[in-house]
Structures are given as C-alpha cells and as structure tokens.
Design a protein around this ligand. Structure first.
Ligand code: ADP
Length: 243
C-alpha cells in the first residue's frame, strides 16, 4: 500500500538516506530501529514530504510522487493521506483538547463543524481523554498531551499514521499509557510506521521491523527474525547494546 523506491536525501554534503526501498502493506505496524543519526526520522519525514527527498518515489495506494520535481498539489495530496505524531506533541497551546483535534478536520479536510466535533469526541474517547476535552495542553501531563496528538492523527482517518519517537520526550512512568493507546489502535488495523527505541513495544506490536544504519536499511523482517535471529553483524551489535 505504501512503497518507497530508491529514496535519497542529502543535507548539504551529508548523505542521510542512501537508496531506501520499503514496502508497507495495509494494516502493517512497521517499526524502524537503528542507532541515533542513522536516518530514521528523516525517512519518516520523507514519506509525507516534511523533508523532500532528492531522488526516488513515494507511493501511497495508486498515487505516486516523483521526488525530483513534485508539484505542490501532489505534495498536498500525499500529505492528506498521512498523519504524523511528533515527539514533542506539537499541540496548539491556546486551543483546548477538543479544538486541537477538530482543527485538522475543519481546516485541512473542510469537514463541517458539528461532524468534526462528533468525530473528535469519538477518537478522544478511544484514547481515554473524554474527561479532558475542555482542558488546555498546559493542564495535561506529557502522556495525556501525546494521547491528544494521537487522537488528532486518528481523527483524520489517514491511510497511514507516522509516529516519530512518540514516547521519547516522556517521563518513564508515562510511556506505558501512550504505548498502550498505540497498541490499541494498531489492533484495530490502522497502518502505521513507528520510529522508536522501545524494544518491547517493537517486538510485541509490530509485524515488520526495519533496522537502519548509515542511511540504508541493513536488515528487515518479522520481529522474531530480527530480534531472535538477526543475520547482519550490525543488527546483532545494535541489539546487544540496547537490550
Ligand atoms: P535518527 O532519527 O536515526 O536519529 P535523523 O534522521 O534524525 O536520524 O538524522 C540523520 C542525520 O541527518 C543526522 O546526522 C542529522 O544530524 C542529520 N539531519 C537531520 N535533519 C537535518 C536537517 N534538517 N538539517 C541538517 N542535517 C540534518
């Protein structure tokens, strides 16, 4: 359903992605692992052109964007098929929880206000925040703020949700509540690509693990293949260091 072909990305003279090919099926939970600086976040941001790849192709469904000369309309169309959950939540500080979730529906998708409200209440219930809809982000814990971020993404009903280290800004005691919300929506069949350092989560929620190093995919496979029987030396060394 999603395919990345020969993605290249450079920042100045530094090549950060050096020919990435990746296929994601509908309903897949893909986890991207790898050492810091290996290009994981950049790859995720290339899927929706928050970073523009220098070369290659990004396809979602039967819609393909060629990275060398994309039109603004094509980028917008691609973006509307995705939603992103950021490390630092990126909520509007002066809007309530409910308004934060409604905003994208009203502004980007032109959904009528009442319908946007109903849909937002539904997803806020799903992430366990029905009691907080009128609060402002500053009144919430980090875990609650991130659950708003997830609700906002979910409300858009995208073809894929991109998670960029969704728990790495959280105090350790708040990580669990966010992972369990992600786990719950994964079980409902939402397609997702997740950059994370949470190995337990990667192992039990994903069905496709990608290990990156130095701007390339070194190895990919089912969680058991990667965690139990990694083939590549670089994967073995990485797993030894972090588990
Ligand atoms: P990871 O997510 O695996 O830690 P990143 O994708 O964040 O890796 O970064 C890969 C490399 O690209 C790093 O060396 C980083 O410094 C560089 N990089 C990322 N974003 C930018 C940017 N906007 N400008 C310049 N260099 C960047």
């Amino acid at each position: 359903m999603i395919s990345l072909r020969n993605i290249h990305k450079t920042f100045g003279k530094q090549t950060v992605l050096n020919g990435i090919n990746l296929d994601v099926e509908k309903g897949d939970v893909v986890v991207i692992l790898g050492p810091s600086g290996s290009g994981k976040t950049t790859l995720l941001r290339c899927v929706n052109f928050l970073e523009r790849p220098n070369d290659g192709e990004v396809s979602i469904g039967d819609f393909t964007v060629h990275c060398k000369h994309p039109s603004k309309q094509d980028i917008l169309k691609l973006r509307r098929k995705t939603a992103m959950v950021f490390q630092h939540y990126n909520l509007f500080k002066h809007k309530t929880v409910l308004e934060n979730v409604m905003e994208g529906l009203i502004v980007a998708q032109k959904v009528p206000k009442e319908e946007a409200r109903a849909r937002s209440l539904e997803v806020l219930e799903k992430v366990g925040l029905s009691a907080k809809i009128n609060d402002y982000p500053s009144q919430l814990s980090g875990g609650q703020q991130q659950r708003v971020g997830i609700a906002r993404a979910l409300a858009l009903n995208p073809e894929v949700i991109l998670f960029d280290e969704p728990t790495s800004a959280l105090d350790p005691e708040l990580v669990g509540e966010v992972l369990s919300v992600i786990r719950k929506i994964a079980r409902e069949g939402v397609t997702m690509i997740v950059v994370t350092h949470e190995m337990g989560f990667a192992r039990d929620v994903s069905n496709h693990v990608v290990f990156m190093d130095g701007g390339v995919i070194v190895e990919e496979g089912k969680p058991d293949e990667i965690f139990v029987n990694p083939k590549e030396e670089r994967t073995k060394q990485f797993l030894k260091r972090i588990t």
